[in-house]
Design a binder for this molecule. Structure first.
Ligand code: NAD
Length: 251
């Protein structure tokens, strides 16, 4: 199969890195675009010639334009965009700092909008493109103290459906993947926070916050998310657009 050019935001670690690895191992070129430049470079080095690290803040539209321009000049195309970058903040609504609310909405919702806006003209011109938005089970359900995250992840599903309709006759598909609990920094910081707050062991924290709602009672592996993203980017998934696929162990 011909090498595709794949952009993975937040690809320096966690789920994004597993996604980048999946594409690189299949012979595609992956641009790992992450706020953490050092980790992005290190991740790309681990993947060899098929990957390159970029420092990118997905909330900064001029930085995004420069990034897309550079990639198009170098590679001539962008075939796949995976909007994966993310972060979490937990607080009751009345204690939730306004700047954290704005930051989460900016990274989790406005970032995918800005990235999609920047790549669409090139995808439309070539009548070819795959956009995969990493939402969350929190795109469909709520948990206390995660108002910004839950709002943004619900919003990302609305954006996915709108983008799917707008691009459906242009050879482009837009879908969302909804991961369940994956043991990355993002989740383990929350588990450790709960352990400290409520003096729980790791097992107790997992049992309290995760397992009651997760029938498989295990973490989802980053590779399990990556395999679904890879499928949605494949030719065989060409008729799937505007969909939400939960990879959560039955949540
Ligand atoms: N871990 C889980 O349990 C879980 C569950 C559901 C959904 N998700 C979603 O999966 C995605 C990846 O999460 P993860 O668990 O791998 O997290 P992670 O914290 O391990 O990785 C997130 C990456 O995003 C990058 N990032 C943050 N802000 C950025 C910005 N402004 N611009 C560019 N990059 C930025 C970080 O530097 C980091 O490399 C997120 O969208 C997250 O909401 C995770």
């Amino acid at each position: 199969m011909k090498e595709r050019v794949v952009v993975v935001t937040g690809g320096a670690q966690g789920i994004g890195y597993a996604i980048a690895k999946r594409f690189a191992e299949a012979g595609d070129f992956v641009a790992i675009a992450d706020l953490n430049e050092e980790k992005a470079m290190q991740a790309a080095r681990q993947l060899g010639d098929s990957a390159r690290g970029f420092r990118l803040d997905i909330t900064d539209s001029s930085a995004i334009s420069a990034f897309v321009k550079e990639l198009i000049e170098e590679k001539g195309q962008i075939d796949v965009l995976v909007n994966n970058a993310g972060l979490q903040h937990r607080d009751k609504i009345e204690d939730f700092p306004e700047e954290m609310w704005r930051q989460l909405i900016d990274v989790l919702l406005t970032g995918p909008f800005l990235m999609t806006k920047a790549v669409l003209p090139f995808m439309k011109e070539r009548r070819n493109g795959r956009i995969i938005n990493i939402s969350s089970v929190h795109g469909e359900v709520a948990t206390p103290e995660k108002s910004a995250y839950v709002s943004a992840k619900h919003g990302l599903l609305g954006f996915t459906k709108t983008a799917a309709i707008e691009t459906a006759t242009h050879g482009i598909t837009v879908n969302a993947v909804l991961p369940g609990p994956v043991a990355t920094d993002l989740l383990m910081r929350q588990i450790h926070g709960l352990m400290n707050e409520h003096r729980l062991s790791e097992e107790e924290a997992l049992a309290a916050v995760m397992y009651p709602r997760q029938p498989m009672q295990r973490f989802i592996q980053p590779e399990e998310i990556a395999n679904t993203v890879f499928f949605l980017a494949s030719e065989g998934a060409g008729a799937i657009t505007g969909e939400e696929i939960s990879v959560s162990g039955g949540m």
